[in-house]
Write a protein that binds this ligand. Structure first.
Ligand code: IMP
Ligand code: MG
Length: 178
């Protein structure tokens, strides 16, 4: 698997340090609030796992699965909910935990959906932001790192369901896409 990687963009160490900083901000901003972390499967699992370890205030966790890509590396633009929330979110402060915002279409849809279910607030913490890919207007309250217009894998992010288990963010060799 390691032979498929062209370069490491963000090291394991840099990710961990940044995730701790994000958790510090969340601990401060959501103290005394009814915080619900909503992890978007499957890309956000590692980020969620690390982030929640560093969150030291009361927090509940939920998981949602949405699909907008299939096995392609470019967004298809249509969003489907594959797994919905289990608990009521009325009056809760929602923080969506996302791996990467590219076009923004997925999160725009999810945000509107959760607002429609009576949440008090709906905000986003994304590990990665790819501003060059944006097609709809969406604001993330917390961003780990900005990345350029390349397809990244690792730390939860996949290409055709592989590479999620890498502990860093990297770029694949071009030959892997053919
Ligand atoms: P958006 O709707 O275009 O913002 O797509 C967001 C979703 O697409 C993310 O949650 C990822 O699952 C996936 N995605 C977008 N860019 C990448 C990438 O560079 N590598 C892996 N997955 C990506
Ligand atoms: Mg995702």
């Amino acid at each position: 698997m390691e032979n498929d990687i062209k370069k490491i963009l963000i090291s394991e160490n840099d990710i961990q340090n940044r995730v701790k900083k994000l958790a510090d901000e969340i601990n401060r901003d959501y103290k005394d609030k009814d915080l619900l972390l909503v992890c978007i499967l499957k890309g956000s699992i590692m980020f969620m796992g690390d982030l929640m370890k560093y969150i030291n205030i009361y927090a509940k966790v939920e998981f949602m699965s949405v699909s907008s890509y299939g096995n392609s590396t470019v967004s298809t633009g249509s969003v489907r909910i594959l797994k919905d929330l289990d608990m009521s979110i009325e009056n809760k402060e929602i923080l969506i935990v996302e791996d990467i915002i590219d076009t923004g279409i997925t999160l725009k849809y999810v945000c509107n959906y959760l607002k429609g279910k009576g949440a008090n607030s709906v905000e986003i913490v994304t590990l990665l932001d790819k501003p060059s890919g944006r097609k709809v207007d969406i604001k993330s309250k917390y961003v780990g790192f900005e990345v350029g217009n390349e397809f990244v894998i690792g730390y939860g992010l996949d290409f055709a369901e592989r590479y999620r288990n890498l502990p860093y963010i990297g770029v694949l060799n071009e030959s892997m896409y053919k």
